[in-house]
Design a protein around this ligand. Structure first.
Ligand SMILES: [Zn+2]
Length: 403
């Protein structure tokens, strides 16, 4: 094969893989139509992908088959590092098995959340899954802070939450501690990628995702890729200023979305009432039980989120906007105020047809995003998320001491 033919083939394979990752099982005729490739080229690419064990047919009746991406090889690990806990999972594609491990700061090596304690956590998790770290075919690390593209460290203004990671080039440091390649990204970017691959954002080129729980995270997919911006800091919707006279934010601004709708912000509003609560989950449960004050704060949170999303949507015109995290699971209490905020911002006139939906993958979004990202980088993919890959079906170990 000549070099130019090889390049053409690689481009064709890339087009078909991207389509199958984003749209799920698809017929060969639809692949040809949607990619603009000829039916003969599509057929060649599918045969090649089948030979490599990356794709197969899913028969929907005796005569019609959809092409589906499968992954039957390798063992990958995805780990999320936050200020409050470290959660990791090993995914064995051959055995179709997932093994989780959750640790709180007190359980970590020297009770510190640092690269060294994370490396020990990763070795313990690999041991639980009966695999050596060296045998892992991919390791993804998500961190609850923006990652500076230039030097690979977390943004200096977010280091207060993760002091053990301040000024550390994360990828470089972990690769030297573990002797394997690692993929490092911000947690919200990975959650966005998972929701685009398997969840609420499936099938659109441009997708905006906002996760609201203890912290606010957001990400943006443009043309099927996570948009990082020039410095890695794109998509920081949590720090859009919504109320210039609002509370001071840890980023140094005032009235950021984070100061209004994060768990702490919502609990603070209820602190002065007889309805004080200790977690966002409790607020949502009480709202479900008919607690009017809890319903009210969720309604207001939906309005603030709607303000931020409407303004952003005018700039990027996403096909779908999804809200995940715990606030996404309180959809019935936020959907009306979200709509009011978008109407106040005249969004439907300026940029019509944008759908607002709740996230689908819930707490699993970040870890699954790590796997989606590793699969994509290795030229693999999975068209439909199988049950064994989700948390409910996993083996979970928690708070095992690493000392
Ligand atoms: Zn801020």
């Amino acid at each position: 094969m000549t070099a130019s033919k090889r390049v053409l083939r690689n481009v064709s394979v890339g087009l078909v893989l991207d389509l199958l990752r984003n749209e799920g099982p698809t017929s060969q005729a639809s692949i040809a139509r949607k990619t603009g490739l000829s039916p003969a080229t599509v057929n060649n690419v599918i045969q090649l992908l089948r030979k490599e064990g990356v794709a197969d047919f899913e028969w929907i009746n005796g005569r019609e088959a959809l092409v589906t991406l499968i992954s039957t090889k390798g063992v990958m690990m995805s780990v999320m590092v936050s200020a409050d806990f470290i959660h990791g999972a090993v995914f064995s594609f051959e055995h179709q098995k997932r093994q989780d491990l959750l640790a709180y700061p007190d359980d970590l090596l020297d009770q510190q959340n640092t690269p060294e304690s994370l490396a020990a956590f990763i070795k313990q998790l690999a041991g639980l899954a009966n695999v050596s770290v060296a045998a892992l075919t991919g390791v993804s690390i998500s961190i609850q802070a923006p990652v500076d593209k230039k030097n690979g460290t977390i943004a200096i203004w977010s280091a207060g939450r993760l002091p053990g990671w301040k000024d550390i080039p994360i990828k470089e440091k972990l690769e030297s501690l573990l002797n394997v390649n690692v993929h490092v990204d911000n947690d919200a970017n990975l959650a966005t990628y998972a929701e685009w691959t398997w969840g609420a954002g499936r099938g659109v080129d441009c997708f905006l995702y906002l996760s609201c729980s203890r912290q606010i995270g957001s990400g943006l997919i443009i043309d099927g890729k996570v948009h990082n911006g020039s410095n890695g800091m794109a998509g920081e919707l949590g720090h859009l200023v919504i109320d210039k006279a609002g509370p001071v934010c840890f980023c140094g601004s005032r009235g950021c979305l984070t100061t209004l709708v994060s768990e702490r912000a919502i609990l603070r509003i209820l602190d002065d009432t007889e309805n004080a609560k200790s977690s966002l989950a409790e607020v949502i449960a009480s709202a479900n039980d008919g607690d009017a004050a809890c319903q009210r704060v969720l309604y207001e949170a939906g309005h603030n989120v709607g303000q931020a999303l409407a303004n952003t949507a005018k700039i990027v015109a996403p096909g779908i906007v999804a809200i995940g995290g715990e606030l996404g699971s309180a959809w019935q209490f936020i959907k009306d105020s979200l709509r009011v905020a978008t109407e106040e911002n005249n969004l439907d006139n300026v940029s019509p047809g944008i759908q607002f939906v709740p996230g689908i993958l819930k707490k699993d979004a970040v870890l699954l995003g790590g796997i989606a990202s590793l699969l994509s980088q290795s030229g693999q993919g999975i068209s439909d998320l199988p049950d064994w890959m989700t948390h409910d079906a996993a083996d979970c170990s928690t708070t095992e001491s690493l000392n």
